[in-house]
Unconditional design. Structure first.
Length: 128
């Protein structure tokens, strides 16, 4: 039985260029230089632009797609997504109203929510 191969930087870059049409040229340029972190930063910048325009539906689609890659990614892909993409959520939260953030947060994949909580030290202790 053949196991599923994890997504590596090359495959992720191709998927991201196809899915993020608005910045596909930038993604291809960064991919040519093997700059996966730069590719994710370009996606973060796109999300910030969409946030300024109030395009929350598009934002959630982009976040969910990165979540799809995260779930299937190799260790490097997951590491970069956690430490660049998920870390950007705090900046996004600060740019949103409380209601906007709450609505957006409910659309964020659970795996990202867990990483975000851990990163921001807001884990609540349960008293027994």
């Amino acid at each position: 039985m053949k196991s599923k191969q994890k997504i590596n930087e090359d495959r992720a870059a191709v998927y991201l260029a196809e899915h993020h049409k608005e910045i596909s040229n930038e993604i291809r340029e960064l991919y040519a230089h093997k700059n996966f972190a730069g590719i994710l930063q370009a996606v973060v910048n796109l999300i910030k632009c969409l946030l300024e325009k109030g395009e929350f539906t598009k934002i959630t689609k982009h976040i969910k797609y990165i979540g799809w890659i995260y779930q299937r990614g190799n260790d490097y892909i997951r590491y970069i997504i956690e430490n660049l993409f998920v870390r950007s959520f705090e900046g996004i939260r600060k740019r949103c109203s409380t209601n906007q953030w709450q609505q957006l947060y409910t659309e964020i994949p659970k795996s990202f929510q867990m990483v975000y909580i851990k990163q921001n030290n807001i884990i609540q202790t349960i008293k027994i």
